[in-house]
Design a protein. Sequence first.
Length: 459
Amino acid sequence: MAGAHHGLGLLLALLLPAVPTSSTGTVVRINRAALSYVADVGKVSLQRALKVMVPPFLDQSGEVHQPTRTQTLDVHVSHLDLKFIAGFGLRLMATANFTIKVFRTPETLELMLPVALTADARVAQGPIRTPVVSISTCSSIFSPARVLHDSNSISPELLVLVQEHIKAILSNKLCLHISNLVQGLNVHLGTLIGLSPVGPESQIRYSMVSEPIITGDYIALEVNADLFLLGQPITLPLDVTPFVLPWPVGTKGTMATMGLSQQLFDCILLLLQKAGALNLDVTGELNSDDNPLNTSALGQLIPEVTHQFPEPMPVVLKVYLGATPMVTFHTNNATLRLQPFVEVLVASSNSAFQSLFSLEVAVNLSLQLSVSKVKLQGTTSVLGDVRFSVAASNVGFIDVKQLHTLVGTLFKKPLLDHLNALLGMGIALPSVVNLYYTNPEVFVYEGYVVISSGLFYQR
Ligand SMILES: *[C@@H]1O[C@H](CO)[C@@H](O)[C@H](O)[C@H]1NC(C)=O
Ligand SMILES: *[C@@H]1O[C@H](CO)[C@@H](O)[C@H](O)[C@H]1NC(C)=O
Ligand SMILES: *[C@@H]1O[C@H](CO)[C@@H](O)[C@H](O)[C@H]1NC(C)=O
Ligand SMILES: *[C@@H]1O[C@H](CO)[C@@H](O)[C@H](O)[C@H]1NC(C)=O
């Protein structure tokens, strides 16, 4: 049976497209407040998109059928409103005024034509696992045109004809232009899957894992982080418990709410550990007062060191994270648990290293999270004590208590400096090009982190 299962699993793996086997449990919720912002910044783009050229009008009122040139002078979107349609997508409602010049002889004419536009757009998961917006229905309702500058040289019959001509053209083209605008938006939304560096050799990429969830209050995208080390995807531990972000959560009325499950942090830490980014060397220097990393200082605590190295020699601590750090989230409290392995070596004259002893260390750090632009940053500080035990020794018996102060102080600051520099560079959060998080607030809950923030689109 086991063989059959194995065979079936292999077959499925070959048949199914490259769908992620596990989800890193990240949810991005775009709330109602974001729609007003999008409507605000989108007005100009809509206005530009609606600038439709109207071809000449064939004036059939006179004896001679002469083409009359028309020109769209201006489009003014006076109102743009967006709202969510639960289980479907978005509704766009706009009112615009078209100012159109009709080059009639002997006198040109300017018309103001108000139009109300309504379009429903479906929001779905696209083939490359990015959000895709598509217009499903679109309509335009025209109000009677107004003649500007109170020209009375036009007959009411002609005005009707001109208007019918313009309406026929516009009603055909406006929705087409709105569709084109949405296509451009889709290209932009596609940048969600762009690669962002995590460390020098590692990268992160987000993509959608399922169809978006749309309610009257928000649109939620469940995204997955794919992680790469030296260009190769790294396999992540499978998590069977799906991440559910409660609603409401975080700050009320923000444009975006992001839920980052512990699983995402575990994966990022795994990546950093695999990349070796967490490892560090702490190097001693001779004749340095503030760095007692030398054999004479160590020899005071371990006589065997002086015995083996009568001449003072610099000492190096090689800090190696063999086990992946563990992060724990409790309400208002994020902690990071590290279990570094520390090798204490003497750097002898011919740049070879000789191991004195090694330690197994356990340290808990408190983790403060913050967001800058599109990056999640962290700062750590030591929580409680640094615990040591001797793993191996080439210098006989070691009294750990005696070593405690020396190694503790020597190790703590460089470790924190290293981690804070690394976490300070930040991990890219899901986003698209030119979109930034503003006034972000970070909340820590049991097992996950929530970021509430505004959005800013840089044109
Ligand atoms: C556009 O038309 C509406 C009527 O539909 C009117 O109330 C509004 O003032 C017009 N806007 C401009 C800029 O002319
Ligand atoms: C070794 O470290 C101690 C403590 O910092 C310092 O006083 C001493 O000068 C150092 N020895 C050498 C040879 O650098
Ligand atoms: C955070 O949680 C850890 C582990 O449960 C605990 O030791 C620490 O005191 C807590 N810190 C705060 C500020 O509550
Ligand atoms: C770190 O925290 C865990 C969980 O609270 C605790 O069991 C462990 O003893 C702590 N380790 C150190 C070195 O303080």
